[in-house]
Design a protein. Structure first.
Length: 556
């Protein structure tokens, strides 16, 4: 690389005159490091921008090593002694190629060492010295802490302390090493924005995976001997029976104010698998405007739940945001003059002013029985966490027909099929037609990363799957992949919706037990738009790709 090339890159990055930079750097020793440090010290550029300019002049990629852009599982990709000796950090892996930040991008010995230990080709990436130092220090703290914890837990295994009765196991899971390891896993999962943590026994390891934006990524692979102690600790803090390992169990525990873990433990042939679902209420906006519904669908939804009585249903798979949408509607309805009562399993958000009831099977407090009691409490609005059976459905319909607004969730593939799901629960069609107000179906799809979006032309076959032909004014985007989205091209998720509003004609069709195709024709006359259409509109807005919408629609 020539000196002129570096000066030119710095000038572009700083929006400065190239001649001015030449003048300022005239007395600086002829090394790239010295020039970069001088530019930073003089205040022309931040360290990050200076090294990004250097990377550009070298024709190499730059990575800021910001925590939000790091794949946690990649941090442990290189042996720590190699990483520390060569100031190297793995940031991305693709078939046969490992992208590695090197403090010295010209260090051939480092490249050779990494290629030998990983059996992969190395693609050199540049970052700033302070970012590399900070990341390696964090990695060392993590490594030292975790290795010490693992050694202590394994010693308990060797001593035989956790083999035997539940009391011995309880003593070990109270050990600081086990407590700290589980706390660490929870903290790491929250730091990367995970929705779930999976603790999975494998034949040769204890695998820990986290779900981020709907995708499962491996966080750690621990020695298999840690499995029993880690799962036992999770069971203890979740209020489960530590001595029971043959039956599935459910529990929960509070991490901090506003953050709760809902835990499920399932026996398998290799041992118990634990899944911790993170419920973070701190940054959730429970208002209809934050739901991402199109103006058309929002108008239909509000028209449905603002009726004085009837039943409004939310449908979609687990984790699709049904409860959040339900709470947004209740927040809008939760007014001074209304008596709002909920029965949930579990209570997910606190709703000031409402009476919230926790379902408890052991206390014989089921949805159906709790609902019968609620109706004696003079409610105006009732929220049922989920309609699971015919008895609950019948009581909910009866409540809707006797002057109450009822909101609930149902597990179906789409809005139209919700009608037939209720009929299959033996709800009388002549009752369902007059009671039902609207059904909202929703799914979550990956959102295109705004930092690396680029225009592209979808395959004509993809467009035809949406029932449209290419238009000259269409603009579709996808993510190239960048450090912000960890080269995935997407970051976060967007909700797609369809809203079946039940007007008089749709109500009559339901009462006459119309087929799904007949009901859909009638619904379209009442402004129903299928989810595919909502996805097409959001793809045209640059929020999602057509392919991701199609993948969700086909999985329904």
């Amino acid at each position: 690389m020539t000196s002129d090339g570096l000066i030119s890159a710095l000038a572009v990055a700083a929006h400065q005159d190239e001649g001015l930079l030449r003048e300022v750097l005239r007395e600086v020793p002829e090394t790239d490091e010295a020039r970069l440090e001088a530019v930073v010290q003089m205040g022309f550029l931040s360290e990050e921008r200076a090294y990004a300019a250097w990377a550009d002049s070298l024709g190499l990629s730059f990575h800021s090593l910001a925590e939000r852009s790091l794949d946690v599982s990649m941090l442990h990709r290189l042996p720590f002694d190699i990483a520390k000796a060569h100031q190297a950090i793995a940031v991305e892996e693709s078939p046969g190629v490992l992208s590695v930040v090197l403090r010295n991008p010209f260090d051939i010995l480092a490249v050779d060492a990494i290629q030998e230990v990983t059996s992969m080709s190395v693609e050199v990436v540049v970052s700033s010295p302070s970012a590399i130092e900070h990341t390696l220090a964090r990695l060392e703290r993590s490594r030292t802490g975790i290795e010490g914890l693992i050694a202590r837990i394994q010693k308990s295994e060797v001593d035989g302390s956790i083999v035997g009765d539940a009391e011995k196991l309880r003593q070990v899971v109270g050990d600081d090493a086990v407590v700290q390891l589980v706390d660490y896993l929870v903290e790491e999962a929250m730091r990367v924005g995970a929705s779930d943590v999976h603790i999975e026994p494998q034949r040769s390891s204890l695998r820990v995976r986290v779900r981020v934006d709907g995708n499962l990524d491996t966080l750690h692979n621990f020695p298999p001997g840690l499995h029993r102690a880690v799962v036992a600790r999770i069971k203890v803090v979740s209020g489960m029976d530590i001595g029971e390992s043959r039956k599935p169990q459910d529990g929960r525990f509070v991490v901090t104010e506003g953050v709760e873990m809902r835990v499920s433990v399932l026996p398998s042939v290799l041992g118990e698998k634990a899944v911790m679902r993170i419920l973070d209420r701190r940054n959730v906006r429970l208002d209809p405007a934050s739901l991402g519904l199109s103006p058309h669908n929002m108008a239909l939804f509000k028209r449905g739940y603002e009726r004085p009585n009837g039943i409004v249903l939310l449908t979609g798979p687990t984790g699709s945001g049904k409860t959040t949408t339900l709470y947004a509607a209740m927040t809008d309805l939760n007014r001074e003059g209304s008596n709002l009562i909920t029965v949930e399993d579990p209570v997910e958000y606190e709703l000031p002013g409402a009476t919230q009831v926790q379902m408890d099977v052991k206390a014989d407090r089921t949805f159906a029985k709790a609902l019968k009691s609620i109706l004696r409490q003079d409610p105006d609005i009732i929220m049922i966490g989920e309609i699971r059976d015919g008895e609950t459905a019948a009581i909910a319909i009866q409540a809707a027909l006797t002057g109450h607004m009822v909101l609930s969730t149902l597990h179906t593939n789409d809005a139209i099929s919700s009608v037939h799901r209720l009929l299959d629960m033996d709800v009388a069609p002549y009752l369902l037609g007059p009671a039902l107000r609207c059904v909202v179906a929703q799914r979550l799809v990956p959102q295109v990363c705004s930092q690396c979006e680029e225009e592209y032309t979808p395959d004509p076959g993809v467009l035809r799957a949406f029932g449209v032909e290419p238009r000259g004014d269409d603009r579709f985007v996808r993510g190239r992949g960048c450090e912000t989205c960890r080269d995935k091209g997407t970051i976060g998720r967007v909700a797609l919706h369809e809203v079946l509003y039940v007007d008089a004609a749709v109500g009559r069709a339901i009462s006459s037990r119309a087929t799904e195709s007949e009901l859909e024709r009638c619904a379209r006359d009442a402004a129903f738009r299928p989810m595919m259409q909502d996805g097409l509109e959001k793809a045209r807005l640059g929020l999602v790709t057509l392919e991701s919408v199609l993948a969700v629609a086909r999985a329904s």
